[in-house]
Design a protein around this ligand. Structure first.
Ligand code: ZN
Ligand code: ZN
Length: 168
């Protein structure tokens, strides 16, 4: 048996463990840098792009999840330092990401697959009160959005390079 230096028995820490095990530098960057999150495998992998370093390539890393918690990342910091890196922490600190990654899979004989894929393709938001407080849906790919009452994701116009464009 190998020795797990992270200190947790099964290798999957709680949110508290991950935050306490992280360096303060990583935690600070996870809070203050701007990130774009793309779920590329439901409940398993989120691609995290650090938009605070616009103009440089190579700032997208894949954070892998197990049981709804970030467990590893493809970045160098995660590889060479102990504790969770800023990418995993950035997911951890953003409730919508954690909710999206922890929602149990619906296994309904496979008939729901298409519908489930569509649900994963957009996120639902509420406008600030002073903008009307309406619910709207936003494409995860091209980030175009439309009020839910106007049809939401089903009716919104995707950008030409969005992978949902051709589905229309
Ligand atoms: Zn990382
Ligand atoms: Zn789109």
């Amino acid at each position: 048996m190998s020795v797990d230096t992270s200190g947790s028995e099964n290798g999957i820490g709680s949110k508290k463990d991950l935050i306490e095990g992280a360096t303060s530098g990583a935690l600070l960057k996870a809070q203050d840098d701007c990130y774009q999150f793309t779920c590329i495998a439901s409940h398993e992998v989120v691609n995290v792009h650090n938009t605070s370093y616009e103009g440089e390539n190579g700032h997208t890393y894949s954070v892998h999840f197990e049981d709804g918690m970030p467990v590893r990342c493809t970045c160098k910091a995660f590889e060479y330092h102990s504790g969770m890196c800023k990418h995993g922490l950035a997911c951890l600190l953003r409730a919508p990401i954690m909710v999206a990654m922890s929602t149990p899979l619906v296994t309904d004989g496979g008939s729901q697959d298409g519908r489930e894929a569509l649900q994963k393709a957009y996120s639902t938001h509420i406008e600030p009160e002073d903008q009307g407080g309406e619910e709207y849906e936003k494409c995860r790919d091209c980030e175009h959005e439309l009020l839910s009452k106007l049809g939401g994701f089903d009716q919104l116009t995707h950008s030409l390079d969005c992978r949902h464009f051709e589905e229309r």
